[in-house]
Design a protein around this ligand. Structure first.
Ligand SMILES: [Fe+2]
Length: 350
């Protein structure tokens, strides 16, 4: 658009300038009202903001970010209902994304770009949520104390040979609930419960702390084996804290069930909210986060794996080698969550 199309030629230069100034002021305001997206995110701001800023630069769509704890955001969204100001929920674990769906907090959307970019196992079949980063939960061991050749499967961790050697966090954590759900899917509920009892009998100490604490306990000699998500180990290896780095340095990564179904994986992802007022821009943001360029940065910043195939992993993760991931559709983790929770309780997994 040129100046002459904005102002009739009969207008004087001052009027023209005033007209142009008014237009320049009016345009961004108009753009802001229409082109924005409101995000509730449990991802730390510094692990997502640079990407959101790049999205705004490329599209002109303003992103309003509210961060909070996973379960608190889910509750907030549910209590706000369709009046929620949020258009997009970003949270971790397929079990949690499934909870948001069953609570009626999300809506199904379709996007060819997302269907193409994200393998079907890592998104809701009805488009209620899309996995954006992949997190793996392998077996970690203390190098020099455990011969990795003695490790094989999650199931084998219930073997009495590992009595008093294992650290794992409590059963009220969704990561373990999802892992047990994957075992129910693979082995059946009865076998999964027998396994959980065997695992509890092999624990070096009553479950306490988060994944990072299990790694630290192993490094400190409290146990020889831990089960934890790899991004915690990656985070400790890159930590500014020398104690974290040296603890992580003695830990090896073992990929279990490689002869069978593969290692347990989960996702962090995004869901368009049930009452989204900016549905189209919300979908555009998910598509942006699933693009090859974003995938690499996003996974790397979080120490996770890209969900999209063919995207390079960070050098720290590449050092642990490639692995076969359990191809279970992650929707199952949500569907089997209640069974997993009850089973873990019966097995005495506190
Ligand atoms: Fe985590």
């Amino acid at each position: 658009m040129t100046l002459s199309t904005l102002c009739p030629p009969s207008f004087g230069p001052l009027t023209r300038l005033a007209g142009l100034a008014a237009l320049l002021i009016a345009l961004p305001l108009q753009g802001q009202a229409a082109d924005e997206v409101n995000v509730y995110s449990s991802r730390q701001e510094d692990l997502i903001k640079p990407l959101l800023d790049r999205f705004t630069e490329q599209t002109g769509i303003k992103v309003n970010l509210v961060t909070g704890k996973d379960d608190a955001l889910l509750q907030r969204l549910q209590s706000e209902g369709i009046n929620s100001p949020a258009d997009l929920l970003m949270t971790a674990d397929a079990g949690r994304l499934y909870r948001a769906k069953t609570a009626g907090s999300t809506q199904g959307v379709s996007s060819e770009a997302l269907t193409m970019a994200i393998p079907s196992t890592y998104r809701d079949p009805e488009g209620h949520w899309f996995g954006l980063t992949l997190r793996a939960r392998p077996i970690l061991y203390v190098k020099g104390k455990i011969d990795p050749a003695s490790l094989s499967t999650y199931e084998a961790l219930a073997d009495p040979a590992f009595k008093g050697k294992i650290c794992i966090r409590s059963s009220d954590n969704i990561y373990n609930q999802s892992m047990v759900a994957s075992m129910i899917a693979a082995d059946g509920a009865e076998a999964a419960e027998t396994w959980a009892k065997g695992l509890v009998a092999n624990l070096a100490r009553p479950p306490k702390g988060g994944d990072r604490d299990q790694i630290k306990a192993a490094a400190a000699g409290e146990c020889d084996i831990a089960v934890a998500n790899t991004y915690y180990l990656a985070g400790m290896l890159a930590s500014e804290d020398a104690a974290d780095r040296s603890a992580a340095g003695v830990i090896g990564v073992f990929w279990p069930n490689q002869e069978g179904r593969g290692a347990h994986v989960n996702v962090s992802g995004a869901a368009v909210t049930a009452g989204a007022k900016n549905k189209e821009t919300a979908i555009r943001l998910i598509e942006f986060l699933a693009s090859p360029e974003s995938q690499q940065w996003y996974a790397e910043a979080n120490g996770e794996y890209p969900v999209r195939e063919g995207v390079q992993v960070s050098p720290a993760l590449a050092a642990w080698g490639t692995f076969k991931a359990d191809p279970l559709n992650l929707e199952q983790l949500g569907e089997l969550n209640a069974d997993a929770v009850r089973l873990m309780d019966r097995a005495g997994w506190r």
